[in-house]
Structure formats: structure tokens, C-alpha cells
Ligand binder design. Structure first.
Ligand SMILES: Nc1nc2c(ncn2[C@@H]2O[C@H](COP(=O)(O)OP(=O)(O)OP(=O)(O)O)[C@@H](O)[C@H]2O)c(=O)[nH]1
Ligand SMILES: [Mg+2]
Length: 323
């Protein structure tokens, strides 16, 4: 408590960056071949689905969604926007988020979910909402079919496959069928239909995470990177850590000081990483070109990975990255 008071006092006197200098523009251009192929597969499969379930990260509800989905899928099927990882998001303004999405993005149905908790309200509402929307829709060429088919889409790593597995585990008590992983790009193509419910009979098609081939602006790219929707090495883990530090300071969230064993808040990522690496004993041996011997230096990449991972697992609290 005393330490927190000291940190807050120190922070009042600090003059931190008001803007982030986005130097790495690589975040705008990550579109590997499987994404282009995946988009075509999604379009091809659209004829055989009754509803599109778009999954996005609840920490960035207003940015980072792929506008291509809207253009390509064109509202021809009922659509639900699932804001997943709600356990990591600050949802005190959930109703304002929903209003924003309804008014500005034309989204009609929004659910907040935590795919890791099948008992969360949003997960429980998924099957009834899917059933209701399909029931209210004109199923075109599919009206004779008893089974419902849903396609899940979204940017990478937002929990698309986890949601499918969670529904399947909960509703059918069957083991997971979609591969899941902590890095972007685990699902590489549209796969086979996965059964998730018997009554009503619902199948879901998983799809690879697809980014906008040209992300709107660099800050959106950094937000996606911080939420693991891009591979860390493309952006650079130290760049991601720097953006995180800027963000936490801007929000006056100084819990990182205690967690990383620092003396006080800082605006310098280099200072933070060196201090954190030293205090946690993260070092690496480097060849000294002059002497030919080895010297031990702080391992800044490992320190940056730890710092960013703490944020990703909720170690600094729940956040909305969008204003
Ligand atoms: N905290 C939290 N983690 C989640 C949640 N849903 C999924 N995850 C984790 O997020 C990571 C990505 O999950 P996936 O289901 O593979 O995501 P995806 O959207 O299918 O990813 P790609 O196939 O790579 O596009 C995994 O480590 C999951 O355990 C959630 O609601 N909360
Ligand atoms: Mg997946």
C-alpha cells in the first residue's frame, strides 16, 4: 500500500510520452499465403452455411476487425459478433460498446464470451442465439435441411477454435476437435464440419484467422500485436513491450513497477527491460569481438517477453485498448 502510494506520487511528477512513435510499419503488412487461400475458402463455403459467427478480441472491440469480411460476406447470412477473451477485458462500459457497434458498425447481435469458461453467460447464450437468428432468417437454398451450419470467422488468435471446442465439450460432452494454440495462425484452412449440438443439430466450420491485407493504421496493428493476433517476431517483441509500457503509463496503471521489481514508473523501455532482466536474473552470454571472450549481459528479449506475457494473461488487470 505504502509502495503503491509512493508510485502514484512519483507518477504525478513524471512527464511521460503523450504519443507513441510508431516506427515499425511491418504491422500493416502481414498477410501470409494461407490467409488469402482461407478467405477464398470462406467465400466458397458461404453457400452452405446458415449463419456467420464472427469472433473478435473483447479488448479491442472497436478496432482490428477485418473489413473484408463485411464486403465479402455482404450481410447475406445472419451474423453474430462474439467478443471473446472477456475475462481479460475491462467491460465496465459493455453497454456503450454494444451501442457503438450497433450504431456505427451495423452489428445487430453481440455476445461477450470467455471460451475457457463454458459456464459464462455469453457462452450459454450462443446456441440459443444461433438457433433464434437462423429460425428468423430466410435460409434460401437450405430451408429443407434440418441441420444448421455455422461458419466461424475472425482475425487470428481471438479464440475461434476454442469456442467451437467449448461448445462441443459442453453440449455433446465430446472431446475437442479443433486445434488451438497461443500463437497466431494455428488453424490454416477451412476444415470439416464439426458437430457442436444435437438438439438442435448444429455443425460449425472453423476457419483460419484472417487479417485485413492492409491494416488501417499502425496503432491498430500494435493493438493486434499486443493481443497476439500477429506473430511477435514480425513486430519485434521489444517494440510490442514499448507500446505496452506507453499504454500502461497513459492509463496510469503502475502495477508493473511492483511486478517487475522496479523502483518507480518509467517511460523508457530500455531502462525497464534492463532492470527487469537484472532483477530476475535473465542474462545471456555474448561474444566480445574485441577480446574474443564472453560477457554476460541482460537478456532484453526474454524480459520483454515476460512483460508482454504478463499483460496477455491479465497480470496487470483487465483493459480495453480502444478508447
Ligand atoms: N484468457 C482467454 N484465453 C482464451 C480464450 N479463448 C481462447 N483463449 C486462448 O487464446 C489462444 C488462441 O485460441 P484459438 O482458439 O487457437 O484461437 P483462433 O482464433 O482459433 O486462432 P487461429 O486459428 O490461429 O486464428 C489459446 O491460447 C487459447 O487458450 C478466452 O476466452 N480467454
Ligand atoms: Mg483456430
Amino acid at each position: 500500500m505504502v509502495r503503491l502510494a509512493r508510485v502514484l506520487l512519483a507518477s504525478a511528477e513524471l512527464n511521460f510520452r503523450q504519443r507513441f512513435a510508431f516506427t515499425n510499419k511491418d504491422v500493416l503488412r502481414w498477410f501470409p499465403g494461407h490467409m488469402g487461400k482461407g478467405m477464398k475458402q470462406i467465400q466458397t463455403n458461404l453457400r452452405s452455411v446458415d449463419l456467420v459467427l464472427e469472433v473478435h478480441d473483447a479488448r479491442i472491440p472497436a478496432s482490428g476487425r477485418n473489413p473484408q469480411f463485411e464486403y465479402s460476406l455482404g450481410g447475406v447470412r445472419p451474423h453474430i459478433l462474439v467478443l471473446n477473451k472477456s475475462d481479460l477485458a475491462d467491460l465496465t462500459k459493455a453497454s456503450a460498446i454494444v451501442s457503438h457497434l450497433k450504431q456505427n458498425e451495423g452489428v445487430t447481435d453481440v455476445l461477450f464470451t470467455n471460451a475457457k469458461d463454458p459456464f459464462c453467460k455469453g457462452m450459454k447464450r450462443l446456441i440459443p442465439t444461433i438457433t433464434r437468428l437462423i429460425g428468423e432468417s430466410d435460409r434460401h437454398n437450405r430451408s429443407e435441411l434440418k441441420e444448421f451450419c455455422v461458419m466461424v470467422i475472425g482475425v487470428p488468435n481471438v479464440g475461434k477454435s476454442s469456442i467451437i471446442n467449448s461448445l462441443r465439450n459442453k453440449c455433446l460432452r465430446k472431446s475437442s476437435a479443433a486445434p488451438v494454440g497461443a500463437v497466431a495462425g494455428i488453424t490454416r484452412s477451412v476444415g470439416m464440419k464439426i458437430k457442436v449440438s444435437q438438439e438442435p443439430l448444429i455443425y460449425i466450420l472453423d476457419s483460419p484467422g484472417i487479417l485485413n491485407p492492409r491494416v488501417d493504421d499502425v496503432e491498430t496493428g500494435f493493438k493486434l500485436a499486443l493481443c497476439s493476433s500477429m506473430l511477435d517476431h514480425l513486430v519485434g517483441i521489444r517494440n510490442i513491450a514499448d507500446y505496452l509500457l506507453y499504454f500502461l503509463n497513459k492509463r496510469q496503471c503502475f502495477t508493473y513497477v511492483e511486478k517487475l521489481n522496479l523502483k518507480e514508473p518509467t517511460d523508457s523501455i530500455d531502462f525497464l527491460l534492463v532492470s527487469a532482466a537484472i532483477s530476475s536474473g535473465k542474462t545471456v552470454k555474448r561474444r566480445d569481438m574485441a577480446t574474443g571472450g564472453y560477457t554476460t549481459v541482460p537478456d532484453l528479449d526474454r524480459a520483454a517477453t515476460t512483460f508482454v506475457s504478463m499483460f496477455r494473461s491479465g497480470g496487470f488487470g483487465k483493459f480495453l485498448l480502444d478508447d
